[in-house]
Design a protein around this ligand. Structure first.
Ligand code: IVH
Length: 657
């Protein structure tokens, strides 16, 4: 047999056995026999490198080292799910569905506790894998995903499809990994989920390859032609084309759903991997559009979260936090305890009434849980353990600025009403830079507080003036030149953020992520919002009186007006994107590769997007233009192979002129 034929045969054999092992969970050969096949292929490829292909099973060992993860825009947003915590919530889910459809059949799946990922296949080949990110934009983790053995590099049918599922680490692999890390005196991972997340974000794919991960498919981004399939049929289809899927059951009514969810909960500890609940989906996909979506999640599915573990610990102290709006929150400082895989050392006590109602005192033994959520909560006091407790007393003055606190009658919360309160300023900055707002990596709580105390950061515009103090900041202890430069780069990058992120970041009362999005959609710029009156705002369906009034009050403050003016001078994007979507590059998809001399990547991307074009991270037949800078590598080669147009920086500059 000719070498290339044997190479091909080996690949097919290995793929087949991967399928038996990972998907069907029924290996047909021993590990030793499997290794022999793989070794033979490795040796042949070593001797005949011309036969190596990107999708060969030998390519799972990793080797590519990235500088960072490129952002990828999801073709269809990756939604999350609404939650149910008990049977009543499930029945309410059914009631909501029955308002729009007559009869519903459900599919119940185990909810694997890992991280969501989206895998794109073109003509059967894996071309792109991305994290969920914020649901709209994720990160390109293709190199690392290729090392996951339960992810097929080649599907069993040459189809183009986007498959979504969960990347996770089995409990056994998690234990092994931590044992090894302990031996190497490395920090241990808290739980399999963290270990999986940490591994998938390794820049060196060899390291990722060493952290055995798994993938289970649960969904594929819906295309018209398969809306006819039911969800259970989709799952079998996913299995057929090469994916591991989680156990599922079709239930013909909500009682059966409740029963099955209970069964899963009872045996949750028997699974090889952590599960944190069950996912319930309407089986008939043809109904999905009728049932509809909220801004964040489909209405045809819900996640049932298992009851949280409860543990006992002691309250060492109760402190008071000042929020962005001046709201005062009592917080319990706890004897640190493990709850659901992470250490908890504080829990919110919400407000004075809550503490009094539960009669929580310093030195009390209390029951703690993390109800489905991530936020630790005090469930109750163990009264029989009481000895020398200290009664709770609400403070009367702001712990930061000593201003007398105000409690509006009828409200549970006390507020610090001092506009110059440093705690409020710091919280405002923290919120602005946070992940869901302007997402300025490196500008976290500690640094903000430090810069605030040093006088560099008093208000939001100061963030964009930090670069003027670069050298001073470098001289100050604790900050390396590199980290300051990286921070400044991230700050600069955030100037181009969309209007909705900026609006959310400003922290207008009642204007959360969703309303920010709505505002950015309806107005062309922040100035249009500032100039709008109540009537205009109320004409927007999602905006009621409370929100409208809050926006007007906010925008009318002199402080706010001057912040916005300063942000304009500092060249932040204050406009909505949709006003400049059309241009010479409309409908064209670009890929950037290599080093450009005159632009950073973001700048080049911006130039393209401003002219209506789109930038994606990997080259495919759908790519129209590859802009190749210096040292362009595999993407350029791929473009050549596919016959995609390649241009250099000079040509690009000509074009945009
Ligand atoms: S369906 C639009 N099915 O849970 C469909 N999600 O709380 C969205 N998850 O982001 C997801 N197992 O990361 C779905 N069988 C399953 C799942 C599952 C785990 C995760 C997923 C999602 C999160 C939502």
């Amino acid at each position: 047999m000719a070498v290339n034929e044997r190479v091909k045969e080996l690949r097919e054999l290995i793929r087949k056995h991967d399928y038996y092992y990972h998907v069907l969970d029924a290996p047909r050969i021993s590990d030793v026999e499997y290794d022999q096949l793989l070794n033979e292929l490795v040796e042949l490829e070593e001797h005949y490198p011309e036969y190596i292909t990107e999708d060969s099973p030998t390519q799972r060992v990793g080797g590519v080292v990235l500088e960072g993860f490129e952002k990828v825009e999801h073709t269809i947003p990756m939604l999350s799910l609404g939650n149910a915590f008990n049977d009543d919530d499930l029945r309410a889910f059914e009631t909501r569905l029955r308002k729009v459809v007559d009869r519903v059949e459900y599919v119940v799946e185990a909810k694997v506790d890992g991280l969501a990922a989206s895998l794109k296949y073109q003509e059967g080949k894996l071309v792109l894998a991305a994290t969920r990110g914020n649901g709209v934009i994720g990160e390109d983790i293709t190199e690392n995903v290729k090392t996951i053995r339960s992810v097929p590099l080649v599907l069993r049918k040459p189809i183009t499809i986007e498959v979504r599922g969960e990347i996770y680490m089995t409990k056994a692999n998690f234990v092994k990994l931590n044992e090894q890390r302990q031996r190497n005196e490395e920090a241990l991972f808290k739980n399999p989920r963290n270990a999986a997340a940490g591994s998938i974000r390794q820049l060196d794919s060899k390291v990722a390859a060493s952290r055995v991960l798994d993938f289970v498919a649960y969904h594929h981004a819906i295309k018209d032609e398969d809306a006819e399939l039911s969800h259970s049929e989709t799952l079998s289809y996913l299995k057929e084309i090469g994916f591991k899927i989680s156990d599922y059951r079709v239930c013909e009514n909500i009682d059966k759903v409740i029963q099955h969810v209970q069964t899963i909960e009872e045996k949750r500890h028997h699974f090889d991997y952590d599960i944190d609940g069950a996912v319930i989906k309407v089986n008939e996909k043809g109904l999905y559009d009728t049932i509809g979506y909220t801004a964040k999640s489909p209405k045809w599915a819900i996640a049932y979260k298992f009851k949280a573990e409860e543990v006992i610990t002691k309250i060492k102290d109760i402190i008071f936090q000042v929020g962005r709006t001046g709201q005062i929150t009592p917080v319990a400082i706890l004897e640190p305890v493990e709850v659901q895989g992470s250490t908890v050392s504080r829990a919110t006590l919400h407000n004075e009434d809550y503490v009094k109602l539960k009669d929580i005192r310093i030195n009390d033994d209390v029951m703690i849980k993390k109800a489905g959520d991530i936020i630790p909560e005090v469930v109750g006091v163990i009264e029989e353990n009481r000895t020398d407790q200290i009664a709770f007393e609400m403070i009367e003055h702001c712990p930061k600025c000593q201003e007398k606190l105000v409690r509006t009658s009828g409200e549970a919360d006390y507020y610090c009403v001092n506009d110059a309160c440093p705690a409020k300023a710091v919280e405002t900055l923290i919120h602005f830079a946070s992940r869901k707002a302007m997402n300025i990596e490196g500008l976290g709580e500690r640094i903000i507080e430090h810069f605030y105390n040093e006088g560099y950061l008093k208000s939001i515009p100061d963030i964009y003036r930090l670069k003027d103090h670069r050298d001073e900041l470098v001289l100050k202890a604790g900050f390396g030149e590199k980290s300051i430069d990286k921070l400044i780069e991230n700050i600069e990058k955030s100037k181009k953020n969309s209007l909705e992120l900026l609006l959310f970041g400003l922290g207008i009362r009642f204007v959360g992520e969703k309303v920010s999005k709505v505002l950015a959609y309806h107005f062309n710029s922040i100035f249009d919002i500032m100039n709008s009156d109540e009537e205009t705002l109320l004409a927007i369906p999602e905006i009621g009186e409370k929100i409208a009034q809050s926006i007007i009050d906010f925008m009318n403050q002199e402080r706010v007006k001057s912040v916005i003016e300063e942000l304009e001078v500092l060249a932040l994007n204050l406009t909505s994107k949709q006003v400049r979507k059309e241009g010479v590059f409309s409908g064209k998809t670009f890929v950037l590769t290599g080093k450009l001399a005159r632009f950073t990547r973001d700048e080049a991307q911006n130039e393209i997007e401003m002219r209506g074009g789109k930038v994606t991270s990997s080259v495919s037949k759908k790519t129209d233009v590859v802009l190749a800078g210096e040292d362009a590598g595999s993407k350029r080669d791929k473009a050549e192979k596919l016959g995609v147009k390649i241009i250099d920086e000079e040509t690009f500059i000509d074009w945009i002129k």
